[in-house]
Design a protein around this ligand. Structure first.
Ligand code: BGC
Length: 453
């Protein structure tokens, strides 16, 4: 893409190496604060204790149920752990209608219990009394493996009466209200924890799980002596604890203002959880499309793209009114497109604006806009991962990765590695591995490891 004016316009999305170093410094300081007794209250990244202290060995066996709430879909799963690092999974996706996402907590948990019952009946599991792992992918203060207080909703959920409550209890009560299911809730966990467990099940050198999907977060293995908030009795027998960083909240005390743009501020302002999850809002699938929408709107208005298009005022109107019209998957499709056909890009432009003939130049410009936004996101994830890898400081660290942005974007992995090579201590070799159903397999593994103890 050659157009200097468009490049200048997008400059603020390009994070320089010195800015990267600064974000790195601030991020690692924030993680240390999260872990420390004295500074925890002020930390953005709360580094919650998960009460999971063992990684799987691969020998785990048994049948489990798992629930997965917090991504685009709600899922119920049956997981058969088979030993030899293997698992067999059956699952069903259930919609969570918008009214339920923003309705009452009782409605939400009744919906979950109803889907669970439907699944149990369809698979004739009623008489098996399977232990259940609940992957609940929102920030929770865990008070043990089966008790987690929701700190706040994220990612477009906003169900009344759940914040500060124990989601394990709410689930059990909803199951009891139905009266026809016998299920033991063995563990509540975060999807990042599930991803770490699931990847460690296949590769014992896995130490970090990261989600780059609807939301963004990471969980890692910390030594108990560094986890100041962990009660002493958990430090006697075990050397490690999995820590849920909740890094999506980084930036809430102003630490990211020097790299945030007015577009980030707008996205935040229009969200259901304004002022919170600011790192996440620069990275995750719930927000990247929105950033592109706002940037594209202004770029058209400033005559930087679709310059010769006579109906461009229509485009401006659509982009202005139709919040959410640019889905994050479009970014992946556009960046995956081939020059000079730009077939996917043209299809998207047709779908969005009814545009029949986009010029090659405009397609290239649109791709450049997408690239600036996704590259920035990947760089920020890389900062977080590098910070955790250097903190773990082992010679070889495997990172388990899950989430739609990472999975479907053609270059996200490459962009991340590029930055990680700049920031990870050269003494450490790192590897990124794609997770296989972290939320399901991971939930079963946490339940399995728990029952072993
Ligand atoms: C939540 C995390 C979760 C992440 C990825 C964030 O919004 O706060 O708990 O792990 O999304 O799903």
């Amino acid at each position: 893409m050659q157009d200097q004016n468009l490049k200048d316009f997008l400059k603020e999305f390009i994070i320089s190496d010195s800015q990267l170093q600064e974000v790195y410094k601030r991020f690692t300081a924030e993680i240390r604060k999260g872990l420390s007794q004295a500074a925890h209250k002020q930390a953005d990244t709360k580094c919650y204790m998960t009460y999971v202290q063992d990684l799987p060995t691969g020998d785990e066996k048994g049948n489990y149920l798992a629930l997965d709430l917090g991504g685009t879909n709600f899922r119920v799963l049956r997981v058969a752990l088979k030993g030899h690092h293997e698992a067999e999974i059956n699952s069903k996706v259930y919609a969570v209608p918008k009214e339920i996402m923003t309705g009452s907590g009782t409605q939400l948990f009744d919906h979950i219990a109803n889907c669970l019952a439907e699944f149990v009946n369809e698979h004739s599991l009623g008489d098996q009394h399977l232990p259940l792992g609940f992957t609940f992918s929102f920030p929770c203060i865990q008070l043990g493996l089966t008790k987690g207080l929701l700190v706040r909703w994220t990612k477009g959920f906003q169900c009344a009466g759940v914040e500060k409550e124990d989601v394990g209890r709410l689930l059990k009560e909803a199951i009891a209200r139905r009266g026809d299911l016998v299920i033991e809730v063995m563990a509540i966990l975060n999807d990042a924890t599930g991803t770490l467990m699931s990847c460690a099940h296949r590769n014992p050198e896995c130490r970090i799980g990261v989600i780059i999907g609807t939301g963004c977060n990471a969980c890692y293995v910390e030594r108990v002596e560094n986890a100041e908030l962990l009660e002493p009795e958990y430090k006697i027998d075990k050397p490690n604890i999995l820590v849920n960083t909740e890094w999506g909240a980084f930036g809430e005390n102003g630490q990211l203002e020097f790299v945030r743009t007015d577009y980030d501020r707008k996205v935040d302002k229009h969200s259901l959880n304004a002022g919170t999850q600011l790192f996440e809002k620069m990275i995750s699938g719930m927000y990247l499309g929105e950033l592109v929408r706002l940037v594209l709107h202004d770029a058209i208005q400033k005559n930087l793209i679709f310059v010769r298009n006579t109906v461009k005022h229509n485009f401006i109107n659509i982009l202005k009114k139709d919040i959410g019209c640019i889905e994050t998957r479009f970014i992946s499709e556009i960046e995956n497109d081939s020059f000079p056909d730009f077939q996917q890009t043209r299809n998207i432009l047709k779908e969005l604006f009814g545009l029949e003939k986009a010029s090659v130049e405009d397609c290239q410009k649109l791709r450049y806009i997408c690239e600036c936004i996704s590259k920035r996101a990947a760089k920020l994830v890389a900062v977080g991962l590098s910070g955790l890898i250097n903190k773990i400081a082992e010679p070889h660290v495997v990172v388990g990765v899950d989430g739609s942005v990472y999975r479907f974007h053609p270059h996200f992995d490459f962009y991340m590695r590029e930055t990680m090579h700049k920031l990870v201590n050269p003494k450490t070799r790192f590897e990124l591995m794609l997770s296989e159903d972290g939320s399901g397999r991971g939930a079963a593994l946490v339940a399995a490891v728990a029952s072993k103890n």
